[in-house]
Design a protein around this ligand. Structure first.
Ligand SMILES: Cc1ncc(COP(=O)(O)O)c(C=O)c1O
Length: 412
């Protein structure tokens, strides 16, 4: 037990088991420094279940949510929350929502987003936006092409509404026109850009060509841009390209990955006028709207981002990436898969070692990362030798975790 005291960890383990209905055998390892053979043979079913196990650890480099300390500018916004509350009570929610959207979309270069006609639906999170999209699509189609690999709650939500998933390999997606047979076989093409965990960004040229193909085949082009904020190569005006193409499109934007806002976040579900899906109806089945306080906070964080906070964040993530790469640079067999990535997660290829074994060994030090199998939702074995490390953490947490990872890897 290296970083937290045993009593705290034992009660944390009970909390996890009760809160998330995890099998006892999964949380038991948090109390033992020895890996149980049963534990080694038992693993969570999806990535979020892996992430639950890390929630109470100070060295949680598992989930992609932002957990680094607030910057001075962000702290000032948090200090302002009582005033934002008082202001939110007084003003019409529509006005607060418009301002939040405008500031957030403008910060990310999305000047042509559809500000009018109720085409931006604010949701509690991007997963809720995704669920609304999935349920809507399922009324009109039975299959969807989905980028492979990607974060597994996307395929899980899509499968959950009965859609058949067709893998769309990243190299095919970025390489040129999609096969016509693929487009004929699906009602939508779903692309995560920048992708999680690879960081690959759909270029403006590829988006234009893909949108034209989707228009030609009457396929809904759907983008999850949750990680857009981290990479300026994803800040070209996507909405200008989508609108010009005439295709039916849906975009899911997410404020939740950028700033350490304690899970206060918004997922924006944005669509074309011709989308032909009952998004607004299904939205109304699920929620009335999001908190005007959270919208106001998003606006203020985005203003801080425009005023230099976004550039500072990019430097911060690049610094943490450099710490991780530097600490592992001379470990035999270890390579970095996504050399060009700027998103807030980093994949480490472990050579012959298995991601699950390394994850288990790291857990003995109370350090948590994410084995990559489930990102490869169509062929999990392709992720068996990789680990994903979250970078939206304090530099000292990244350095400590990298040191633990280094010693675990050198012992294998
Ligand atoms: C690409 C992507 N989209 C959506 C989500 C879901 O985010 P949330 O849990 O905030 O709804 C995640 C979660 O990590 C993600 O990686």
């Amino acid at each position: 037990m290296s970083t937290v005291d045993a009593r705290g960890v034992a009660s944390g383990a009970r909390w996890l088991q009760a809160r998330f209905l995890l099998p006892k055998v999964l949380v038991i390892g948090m109390q033992d420094t020895q890996t149980s053979p049963v534990l080694a043979a038992t693993t969570p079913g999806n990535l979020t279940q892996f992430e639950y196990l890390a929630l109470n650890s100070p060295l949680n480099l598992s989930d992609g949510h932002a957990r680094q300390p607030l910057t001075p500018g962000q702290s000032r916004v948090v200090d302002e929350l009582p005033e934002l509350w008082a202001d939110a009570v007084k003003r019409p929610v529509e006005e607060i929502e418009r301002q939040a959207c405008r500031t957030y979309f403008e910060m990310l270069g999305q000047h042509s987003y559809p500000a009018d006609d109720g085409r931006v639906l604010s949701c509690y999170s991007s997963s809720v936006a995704m669920e609304i999209f999935a349920r809507s699509l399922a009324t009109a189609a039975d299959a969807i092409a989905l980028v492979h690999p990607t974060f597994d709650n996307i395929p899980d939500i899509l499968r959950g509404v009965g859609l058949r998933l067709v893998p769309l390999e990243e190299d095919v997606l970025h390489g040129g026109d999609l096969p016509v047979e693929l487009l004929r076989s699906v009602g939508s093409v779903f692309v995560t850009t920048p992708n999680n965990p690879t960081g690959r960004v759909l270029s403006e040229e590829r988006l234009r060509a893909l949108a034209a193909q989707c228009a030609e085949h009457d396929v809904v082009l759907t983008l999850d841009t949750s990680f857009r904020g981290f990479d300026t190569r994803a800040h070209y005006d996507h909405y200008a390209v989508l609108e010009a193409s005439g295709c039916r499109w849906v975009v899911i934007e997410d404020t939740g990955k950028l700033w350490p806002t304690l899970e206060l976040k918004i997922g924006f579900l944005v669509s074309s006028t011709n989308v032909g899906l009952p998004l607004a109806k299904i939205y109304s089945d699920i929620l009335l709207g999001v908190s005007p306080l959270v919208l106001s906070m998003v606006r203020r964080f985005a203003e801080d981002g425009i005023g230099g906070g976004l550039v500072e964040l990019h430097r911060f993530i690049a610094g943490n990436r450099a710490i991780l790469r530097d600490r592992l640079a001379d470990v035999p067999g270890v390579t970095f898969t996504d050399l060009d990535s700027r998103v807030s997660v980093e994949r480490v290829h472990l050579g012959e070692r298995l991601g699950l074994d390394v994850w288990s060994a790291l857990r003995e030090h109370n350090v948590f990362a994410l084995p990559c199998q489930q990102f490869h939702w169509a062929r999990p074995e392709e992720g068996a030798h990789s680990l994903r490390v979250a970078l939206s953490r304090s530099p000292s947490a990244v350095a400590q975790a990298a040191e633990a990872l280094r010693s675990v890897l050198l012992a294998r």
